[in-house]
Each structure stands twice: as structure tokens, then as C-alpha cells.
Design a protein around this ligand. Sequence first.
Ligand SMILES: NC(=O)c1ccc[n+]([C@@H]2O[C@H](COP(=O)([O-])OP(=O)(O)OC[C@H]3O[C@@H](n4cnc5c(N)ncnc54)[C@H](OP(=O)(O)O)[C@@H]3O)[C@@H](O)[C@H]2O)c1
Length: 255
Amino acid sequence: MKKTAIVTGGSRGIGFAVSLRLAKDGFNVAVAGTRAQSDCAKNLDELAAVCGDYLYIRADVSVSGDRRRIIDETLNKFGGLHVLVNNAGVAPKMRADLLEMSEESYDYVMNTNTKSVMFLTQLAAKAMLGLPVTGKKRGTVINIGSCSAGVSSINRGEYCVSKAGIAMLTMLYADRLAKEGIFVHEIRPGVIETDMTAAVSEKYNRLIREGVFPIARWGRPEDVAEAVSVFAGDSFLYTTGNYVDVDGGFHIRRL
Ligand SMILES: NC(=O)c1ccc[n+]([C@@H]2O[C@H](COP(=O)([O-])OP(=O)(O)OC[C@H]3O[C@@H](n4cnc5c(N)ncnc54)[C@H](OP(=O)(O)O)[C@@H]3O)[C@@H](O)[C@H]2O)c1
């Protein structure tokens, strides 16, 4: 039986690489995103070429009713749910010093990056619990966090807080869902070449030249998708609530 994965923010950037990879791995893929389907046509056509049948759900993960629809429409179309990849995320619309951060920006980033993961995971876990187990586990939740969970950037503090929240959410759900056969993992990308980092590419080009990242290149969306693929599969059955850095070794403290 073909398993089914939901990838939030799965039509571009890291999420698109994850969608493609899971499709290649043999999953049905449901992609959720805010843009009209026609605006994602190029990437979705590429996805269709791999998995034939995919589902696109236009939905805002920060909206409760939309989260419900993501689960319902996926179940209606594919009849199952095995993997949830909580990938959708935003940076602050404007980088501002911590002392100038607005409550509006804080709420926008936290609602999109963190609250959405708390409550979409809740819905997905309940849906998985209502379905028969196929294979070695009932399900997997993979949260795309960030190196920012543990690295201070004082001009986008709300983003760092949102990703630190993902780290605890991962542990909480891993703890709660272990006995249900649902595994929960976190992936912490470093600097990955996507639309999100395009606005600050000069800064990161300079940091790469200066040797800040032991593996001296931009990360690629496919680097993250590879880690997702491993967690989504049937390996690591004695591992949950952990994280993997996909950051070119950036997390290594050096002297
Ligand atoms: N790029 C990096 O260096 C980096 C590093 C660490 C962590 N991350 C994390 O990796 C994830 C993906 O980042 P990315 O670089 O691929 O970003 P991106 O290129 O900006 O893409 C973001 C994706 O999230 C979706 N999205 C944003 N807000 C949404 C909402 N309210 N509801 C539903 N979907 C929403 C977007 O959907 P639409 O296409 O419909 O707008 C888009 O598909 C994020 O969680 C980000 O924090 C990225």
C-alpha cells in the first residue's frame, strides 16, 4: 500500500525538495501552501511527473480551519496519513533590532512557525491514531526547525524564539506519541539557498568565504530532503525526539 505524506510549504524551497524526494521514495504527497495552485504550476508539474497523483491544498497553516482542511482533504483523497512534514515557515517581514521588534511581527512569526506546528501535529496525530498501522510504525512527524533554535540573531529574535519552540514541541510530541508508534524528529538546517535567504545572500556569501561554515558552501534544499527521507522511512526505530543539524558543521564550536 502506498503511504501518504503531507508537506506544508511543499511547493518551493526546502519543502519542494522534500515533496519531490518523498514522491521518489514512493509516497503520495499532499502539498499545502498559501499561493494559488496556478502560481506553483512549474514545480507541481515536476512533482506530478514523479508521483503522478499529488494533492495541492491552498491553506494558511496559521489559520485553524485551514489546518483542519489540510488533514481532511488529504484523508479524503488518499485515505491515509503516515508522515507529516512541518516545513512551512517565515522570516520576519523586516529585520529589526530586538529593542524595536513589534508585537505584530512576533505574532506573525510565532503563529506561522510554531503555533501552526503545535496544532497541525495535534490534528495529524489524532488522524493517524484512527488509522490501521501499516508497516513498522504508525507514523512520523518531521519538524523543520533551524540552527536559529540555538544561535542568537538579535535582528530577528522572533524567528529564533519560534525555532526554539519547535525544539521543545518536537520533544513533547515525541514523548506523548512514542507509545502510539508515532516517531517525531526535528531537522535543523543552517544556511540553505532558497527564497528565504535570497535577500541576505551577500551576507552569507561573505560568511562562507570567511570560513564560518566548516563545509564551505551553501546548503541545498536537497540536503535537507535527504534527512527527511531517512526519518520518513523505516530506519531509526529506537530514536525519537532528537534533532539532526543539516548545516555544514556550523554547530561545531571552535577555538
Ligand atoms: N532557507 C534557510 O536557510 C533555512 C534555514 C533554517 C530553517 N529554514 C526553515 O525551513 C523551512 C522552509 O524554508 P525555505 O527556506 O524553503 O523558505 P521559502 O523558500 O521562503 O518557502 C517557504 C514555504 O513556506 C510556505 N508558507 C509560508 N507561510 C505559510 C503559511 N502561513 N501557510 C502555509 N504555507 C506557508 C510557503 O508557501 P507559499 O509558496 O504558498 O508562499 C513556502 O512554500 C522554514 O520553516 C524555515 O524557517 C530555512
